[in-house]
Design a protein. Structure first.
Length: 327
């Protein structure tokens, strides 16, 4: 109870002293949500504030408070934030009551979490270990707080396969349990191509569009050739003005109507086919080809993903291993 009162006093003082920044705005919004007992919303606001200012102990302390009151609570995360807040406040030589309040809350939570040890069985350099997406510092490998329940571990090292484990902590009484990491040389990545179907469809559409454009070209060339032959065979009909009525034209009406089967009627048919069908085929083909190119260029690229190797289960009275699927 004293710890809670001390934290409230310190928070009030810290809030008054904060600069009017974007981080401060997010912090104030988080405080309002925290007072309204919207702990999930408060955590999101404080996390956003922390991303803007990673050195503010007040934000760290409030991240501890909101994680402690989530449903279900995340005591391990809250504990880490309390430790960070205490360390940062101590480094800044802040009011000792602030440090004491954060340490008191951390002490209260220490009995509600389990502490595991990450054992790197293969001697390697530059190891990166993450549990549930959070990267562990080197000093946390020997003692890392986790909540009871399922967890996911990922370990990386240069020249080694990615190592993944699913493990579960059943009880907080099983302290100091080791989670062993055994690296193997190589690359465990698999290639996932989510855009393959889209790219294949894009190629088909583009090729179809190209074929339509080709057909339009052949179609137009054929009718243009027929039109040229018609004019060669009937020069008397196409001298610039309507020819004799035997050509199918009507004096004074160069655009028709024309008598069916006559040179003028045939020429009109050729021109109409070139203007409508040929142009339509070419336009549709061009649009299809362009759409295919756009679809191909915007398709998701290939991704490299890893797969899980083992899934040990850690409990107070036993240790087991379970087979699991992809992480």
């Amino acid at each position: 109870m004293r710890a809670s009162v001390a934290i409230a006093v310190v928070l009030a003082a810290t809030t008054a002293a904060r600069a009017d920044t974007e981080a401060d705005k997010l912090f104030q919004e988080g405080r309002a949500l925290l007072d309204a007992k919207d702990y999930d919303g408060a955590c999101k606001k404080f996390q956003a504030a922390y991303s803007k200012d990673t050195q503010a102990p007040g934000t760290m302390l409030n991240l501890g408070l909101c994680h402690e009151h989530l449903n279900p609570p995340q005591f391990a995360a809250a504990l880490r934030w309390y430790h960070r807040a205490a360390d940062r406040a101590s480094n800044l030589h802040m009011d000792p009551e602030y440090v004491k309040a954060a340490q008191a809350h951390a002490q209260d939570l220490s009995t509600r979490v389990a502490f595991i040890r990450i054992a790197i069985a293969t001697p390697v350099e530059n190891v990166v270990v993450k549990i549930d997406g959070a990267e562990l510092r080197k000093d946390e490998l020997d003692e890392y707080a986790v909540d009871p329940g399922p967890h996911k571990l990922l370990a990386k090292a240069p020249g080694m396969k990615i190592y993944r484990k699913d493990f579960a902590i059943i009880s907080t009484t099983d302290q100091g349990q080791a989670v062993e990491v055994k690296f193997e040389r190589g690359d465990s990545a698999i290639v996932v191509d989510r855009g393959k179907t889209r790219r294949l469809a894009a190629i088909g559409i583009a090729v179809g569009g190209g074929l339509l454009m080709g057909i339009a070209g052949i179609y137009s060339a054929a009718y243009a050739h027929d039109d040229s032959l018609l004019k060669q065979d009937h020069p008397e009909c196409f001298g610039g003005s309507p020819g004799p009525q035997s050509c199918g034209g009507v004096a004074g009406q160069p655009n028709g109507p024309y008598t069916a089967g006559t040179p003028y009627a045939l020429a009109a048919t050729y021109h109409n086919n070139l203007k409508t069908t040929g142009t339509a085929l070419f336009t549709v083909g061009a649009v299809a080809a362009a759409a295919g190119i756009v679809l191909y260029l915007t398709a998701p690229s290939k991704e490299r993903r890893e797969e899980i190797v083992l899934a040990p289960v850690l409990a107070a009275d036993h240790v087991g291993v379970a087979a699991v699927g992809r992480f």
